[in-house]
Design a protein around this ligand. Structure first.
Ligand code: NAD
Ligand code: 2HG
Length: 528
């Protein structure tokens, strides 16, 4: 697998990619040399970017072999998600890896701007000693308004309380409990926060709703002498409105790390003395970069291997601990799904998944994705993955329905998959024992206790003497070693199903010979 890295990530990250057996090309010029990037990207399975490389529809059209986009960092506003999802490209990022650094940088900007530290530093470095022009303000007793009380906003909130600040926040998308947890007063409306705050710090993502959310109207409502910080994304504070408000004396100082257009050396904000500005350095610490680099390397490698990754942006969000407890169920789900097209041929109309017992309490939508991935893999091979599995089902007109039950007979947990075709329903069920051991427990009403193995034979036969022996003889003659065998019977129908795990692939000729045994109704080789 080939990985292209177009922006600076920590050496540890590059090493981690190489140590995982990836062929890695590093070319930082490619984030700005668009034509060259579009020309070479077809040669790569994955790309690792930061915030400069534009990963958009034009890019995807050239990236014909791309499977993974790794965003070494948090914000994914330079990556078009729809184009990735429809092509089954997994987008992963590292949302937790640089939050402390970003929070500390926000606080740095806040303090440095309200105490004129960079300006004073520049003055004295020019061999001027004059204390008159740099008088600042204290933080203690002042109100800090945080817009967006997520990972970074909440870190800033708790840290600034230790400076004796009152912290209020506006974030309509989080619970009352989260405000309480961080000792922050909730503001129902942005304008209430703006009216009350001495300092405003922005910590939302850039979305249609947040872009320009602090503009002329808000500055008109703000306290005269308000101080603002934006270490989130350029344009959430409208740059023109900020310039105007600073010239009018409404805003006393601004600490800015991000601009609408980056890189940028011509912004009018650069000409304003009370604006201190850094070139998107929020995540630029040794710790954050090491953390981001190594995390993105591991995620890109996992995603290339087709594994579920915790920070896949175009998949349901999972934390590491959730993924750990889901792992066995994801594997079981894939196994159950993979059985269908290897045992049956009919076109699928509907897939029903019934979760019972403990598994019903989990993030089952992801297990359903694993089942769908399994269903399509035997016919679409590597063109199906967790990201595009449900889109593939939708495009094929297959409806997918999930339901949950609290208990299911003898099993602590059970996943049953009903695959409905025009004429019949194929049913398969499985369970997890002791948190990690998968078992197939039912196929079309036949009960089993089968440990899924890479090579398996599944036979339907008339329930009569000699079936097992004849089959064993033919497999022995073709040098296929039988590892385990289970037989399940349907007394009423006088039919049985044999489930064999074997140590190697079974040749077509052997399968034909078995199929010709008197009493064998159907024989299928299953590869997991
Ligand atoms: N400057 C840097 O180098 C740097 C580094 C890391 C992150 N960031 C940026 O910081 C920002 C915050 O990152 P995070 O990890 O804390 O994100 P997060 O997702 O944890 O938190 C964002 C919060 O914003 C809230 N929000 C969304 N829309 C809102 C709206 N319209 N009004 C109010 N609140 C709204 C969300 O509910 C959420 O709680 C992002 O823009 C990210 O890209 C910048
Ligand atoms: O340094 C970077 O790549 C940007 C960091 C930051 O903006 C992020 O979103 O993670």
């Amino acid at each position: 697998m080939k990985v292209l890295v177009t922006e600076k990530i920590a050496d540890k990250g590059i090493e981690a990619l190489k140590n995982s057996g990836m062929e890695v090309d590093v070319d930082f010029q490619l984030c700005v040399e668009r034509e060259r990037l579009l020309d070479v990207i077809k040669n790569y399975d994955a790309i690792v970017v930061r915030s400069v490389t534009k990963v958009n529809e034009e890019f995807y059209q050239h990236a014909t072999n791309l499977k993974v986009v790794g965003r070494a960092g948090n914000g994914v506003d330079n990556i078009e998600m729809e184009g990735a999802t429809k092509r089954g490209i997994i987008v992963v990022n590292t949302p937790e890896a640089n939050t402390v650094s970003a929070a500390e940088h926000s606080i740095g900007l806040l303090i440095a701007s309200c105490r004129n530290i960079p300006q004073a530093n520049g003055f004295i470095k020019n061999r001027n000693w004059d204390r008159s022009g740099f008088k600042g303000v204290e933080l203690q007793g002042k109100t800090l308004g945080i817009v967006g009380l997520g990972r970074i906003g909440s870190l800033v909130a708790t840290r600034m309380q230790s400076f004796g600040m009152k912290v209020v926040a506006y974030d309509p998308y989080i619970t009352e409990e989260r405000f309480k947890k961080f000792g922050v007063e909730k503001k129902e409306k942005l304008e209430d926060l703006v009216k009350e705050s001495d300092f405003i710090s922005i910590h939302t993502p850039k979305t249609e709703e947040t872009f320009g959310m602090i503009g002329e109207k808000e500055f008109k409502l703000a306290k005269k002498g308000v101080r603002v910080v934006n270490c989130a994304r350029g344009g959430i504070i409208c740059e023109d409105a900020l310039v105007k408000a600073m010239k009018e004396g409404i805003v006393a100082s601004a600490g800015i790390d991000v601009l609408v257009d980056e890189p940028n050396t011509t912004s009018p904000l650069l000409d304003i003395d009370n604006v201190i500005i850094t070139p998107h350095l929020g995540a630029d610490t040794v710790e954050a970069q090491d953390n981001v680099g190594v995390t993105i390397a591991h995620e890109v490698v996992s995603a290339l291997k087709g594994e579920m990754v915790p920070n896949a942006v175009n998949l349901p969000t999972l934390h590491h601990h959730e993924l750990e407890s889901l792992q066995s169920y994801l594997e079981l789900g894939e196994v159950l799904g993979k059985l269908y097209h290897q045992l049956e041929r009919d076109a699928i109309q509907k897939i029903e998944v019934i979760y019972s017992g403990a598994v019903a309490e989990m993030e089952t939508s992801v297990i359903t994705l694993a089942i769908l991935k399994g269903v399509f893999e035997p016919i679409l091979k590597e063109r199906v993955n967790y990201v595009n599995a449900s889109l593939i089902a939708k495009n094929r007109g297959i409806s997918v329905v999930e339901s949950k039950e609290t208990v299911n007979g003898n099993y602590m947990n059970k996943i049953r998959v009903n695959i409905v075709t025009k004429d019949k329903t194929f049913t398969v069920a499985g369970t997890i024992f002791a948190k990690k051991d998968a078992r197939i427990v039912e196929v079309n009403g036949f009960e089993f206790d089968v440990i899924p193995m890479p090579y398996m034979l599944v036979a339907n036969n008339h329930d009569k003497p000699g079936m097992i022996g004849q089959m064993g003889t033919l497999l022995g003659a073709s040098k296929v070693n039988i590892a385990t065998m289970q037989v399940s019977r349907n007394f009423k129908a006088k039919e049985a199903m044999m489930f064999l795990t074997v140590d190697s692939e079974v040749a077509k000729e052997t399968l034909n010979l078995i199929g010709n045994i008197d009493g064998i109704i159907k024989i299928n080789f299953v590869k997991l």
